[in-house]
Design a protein around this ligand. Structure first.
Ligand code: AKG
Length: 337
């Protein structure tokens, strides 16, 4: 079992065979440009109409944006990063106590993406946590490092609040009442993936995470330590999203694409690795309530437009998502009318 995670302390000089992608499925890093146009939106600016317009434009054109002046205290972010780093520095035997390949588990350390389904592995270890309701889930989180639960819990509360504020802006940007989208999503769950990408001996041959879209509603990503790695598909080309100091990267997940009747896109993105330094990213996912029906509100079906997607529950969607490999066709395709 201990051989399964790559953050084992072992120093790799070549990439193990099971991580090597076929030639037509490699990151082609030299062809990736820096994305200078990632909208960076000051969401504390005060002018609600302007902020929701900027967010709406970003959702329509890119499916993602960065937010600054977001109200999440820097101290909370620093403590979250620190405890995430300390966790992955623990001895491998300690970490492996939490290892599982079962995606239905509410707390687990794992590796790659879906080890039991995929053909080629990804250069990533991750700690996946359910985070809401906090009182229900935090007692099962790692107790080592000792401040893990406190630091992660405080971060989760602040991120959830930020996510709800962003969803209100998104709702308004679609011309809907502020609470309309959150009402459709129901009592939302919250998950977190602390992604650790160790130094990779041959980054040209593999991915940290291959291209995928997110199955949830909204993702709030912290790119730690300002090491680049996130890339987004824009107009058919992969572009790098350079970390912006004190910013979170926000992207629309599949459920917001469905609820917006396809107006906002859940974009393909991926993580690449590098041979110089490890990288950590912390993804927080807001997920609709399991039995919420993800259906675009009638207000959005106008001027002769039709419903792009069938009605489905989040539980149905999530099951389908995890039954597949990550980089197959867009999971929403299965739910189109
Ligand atoms: O590490 C990153 O920048 C991307 C992470 C990601 O896409 C994910 O956790 O789903």
């Amino acid at each position: 079992m201990a051989g399964k995670v790559i953050s084992s302390g072992f120093h790799y000089t070549t990439l193990p065979e099971s991580y090597v992608r076929p030639i037509n499925d490699r990151p082609n890093l030299s062809q990736v440009s820096d994305f200078s146009h990632v909208p960076v939106i000051d969401i504390g600016a005060g002018d609600r109409r302007l902020v929701s317009k900027q967010i709406g434009d970003a959702c329509r054109r890119y499916g993602f944006f960065q937010v600054v002046n977001h109200g999440v205290p820097e101290e909370l972010v620093r403590k979250m990063e620190q405890v995430g780093r300390e966790f992955f520095e623990l001895p491998v035997e300690e970490k492996m106590k939490l290892y599982s390949e079962d995606p239905t588990k509410t707390m687990r350390l794992s590796t790659s993406f879906n080890v039991q389904k995929e053909q080629v592995h990804n250069w990533r270890d991750y700690l996946r946590l359910h985070c809401y309701p906090l009182d229900q889930y935090s007692p099962e989180w790692p107790s080592n490092p000792s401040c893990f639960r406190e630091n992660v819990g405080n971060y989760c509360i602040a991120i959830r609040d930020l996510g709800m504020r962003i969803l209100e802006f998104i709702s308004e940007s679609l011309g809907l009442e502020k609470e309309r989208i959150t009402a459709i999503l129901g009592e939302q769950g919250q998950h977190m993936a602390i992604n650790h990408y160790p130094v990779c001996p041959e980054p040209e041959l593999t991915y940290g995470l291959p291209g995928h879209t997110d199955p949830n509603a909204l993702t709030i990503l912290l790119q730690c330590t300002l090491v680049s790695g996130l890339q987004v598909l824009k107009d058919g080309k992969w572009v790098s999203v350079k970390p912006h100091p004190n910013a979170f990267v926000v992207n629309i997940g599949d459920q917001l694409e469905a609820v917006s009747n396809g107006e906002y896109k859940s974009v393909w993105h991926r993580a690449v690795v590098n041979s110089d330094q490890p990288r950590m990213s912390i993804a927080s996912f807001l997920c609709p309530c399991n039995d919420s029906v993800l259906s675009a509100p009638n207000e959005l079906i106008k001027d002769g437009s039709t419903r792009v997607f069938k009605d489905f529950t989040y539980a149905e969607y999530y099951k389908k998502f995890w039954s597949r490999n990550l980089d197959q066709e867009h999971c929403l395709e299965f739910f189109k009318n």
